[in-house]
Design a protein around this ligand. Structure first.
Ligand SMILES: Nc1nc2c(ncn2[C@@H]2O[C@H](COP(=O)(O)OP(=O)(O)OP(=O)(O)O)[C@@H](O)[C@H]2O)c(=O)[nH]1
Length: 174
């Protein structure tokens, strides 16, 4: 049996990366499980989440995993569905603010991807294009995000970068 595909989708804020990742996932299997790492802390976030939920039809089920992402991937993977993880940037933020061991969390995530019996599409932000942040926490976050993205790009079968709604395949077969 060939290993199910894993695809990493990178992009900036409002680049269209979520839409592209969803389209990739929907082309893979008829049934999908959306693993959301966001939490609705305020009305603006509730509105954003509601808009994304409206874009997903009855083919999708949704689970929330703000911290225990590797466990959620293990629990919800089934060979007849695709997992869509949106997004690793909020997950990393949650882990950083929770003072988690980021290297160990990265190891657990990679292990969960390797064990998953189904395709997985992962959404993450490319946060390194701007100027150097003037506070230490933001610099630590930016470096942790870059490190995680590099690590995942090495193990995923394909990596796409989305800019202005346009996806560019950086690595892997079409
Ligand atoms: N809790 C929860 N979060 C969700 C759900 N659907 C989507 N989200 C979150 O919505 C977030 C993405 O929303 P946006 O802020 O609009 O994305 P963006 O990064 O600015 O825009 P794009 O690059 O275009 O995707 C992701 O972090 C998801 O976790 C859901 O059903 N529940």
């Amino acid at each position: 049996m060939t290993k199910p595909r894993t695809i990493l989708v990178l992009g900036g804020a409002r680049s269209g990366k979520s839409r592209h990742a969803q389209a990739l996932a929907e082309a893979m299997t008829p049934e999908g499980c959306f693993i959301a790492t966001a939490q609705a802390w305020d009305d603006e976030m509730r509105d954003r989440i509601a808009r994304h939920q409206a874009d997903r039809d009855e083919r999708w089920t949704t689970v929330e995993a703000p911290l225990a992402l590797a466990d959620a991937i293990a629990e919800h993977s089934r060979s007849d569905r695709v997992l869509l993880v949106d997004c690793l940037t909020l997950w990393l933020t949650n882990m950083l603010l929770g003072e988690a061991d980021l290297a160990a969390a990265g190891d657990a995530l990679v292990a969960a991807l390797e064990d998953a019996p189904c395709p997985v599409v992962l959404v993450s932000n490319e946060v390194g294009f701007g100027i150097v942040p003037d506070n230490a926490l933001a610099r630590r976050f930016r470096d942790a995000q870059g490190t995680l993205n590099q690590r995942l790009a090495r193990v995923c079968d394909a990596t796409d970068l989305v800019v202005a709604g346009l996806p560019l395949r950086l690595s892997g077969e079409k």
